[in-house]
Write a protein that binds this ligand. Sequence first.
Ligand SMILES: [Zn+2]
Length: 237
Amino acid sequence: MKVKKDELENLFALQDLIILNRKLEAQAKQLATGSDLEAARSAQLANSAEISQARLDHEALIRELQRLEADLALVNKRISTDKERLNKTAVARDALGIQHELETLAKRAADLEDVEIELLEQKSESDMRLHELEAQGEKLEQELQLTKARVQLELTDLKTQFQSNQKTSADLRGKISAELLSRFDSKLARGLAVGRLQKNTCTACNMSITATALADLHQVPADELASCPECQAILLR
Ligand SMILES: [Zn+2]
């Protein structure tokens, strides 16, 4: 088959564009599967679950604290009643009994106050944790929106590149004979269709061509189509 050098150069450029567009398509497919978005969404879901749990824990703490404060109020009320009774009684035995009860009540009040301090500390920690989780939630929401926007931009960009490559490909096809194109397309369906001969290596298959085969190749006239003896790719010499 007769070929012109420019036709072969065009064919080589066409092959580059087709391979590039295959890569762009694969990238677009990968982006469209939404794995990046999925990761951002699942991080957000995990955070929401943590916030719910932290709120439940926090509310439970507050209820426990309220119960404890009610208990403490009862004990304190009992202490002041006992003190009044102690002031009013003239009976030594009653006074002893009340004093004994007051001692027990004072110990009980001190124990309850210790627990209250402990619970107040836990409450302030739980408050901090809730705030941290909520701040983290806002950050994750921003990240999700950014990821969405980025994926959209990348997809648009890939589409633009793809369409521009397709247009250039169509222009190149217009400059190549139908016979050569048909041979090129059927070869490209199986692998690389065009390679360059660099010294004694074919760039399509990266195989070294034997001295004998190389001598045969050099026998092929410059305006005739030559193929790699190893991979049958159309060779640019
Ligand atoms: Zn080859």
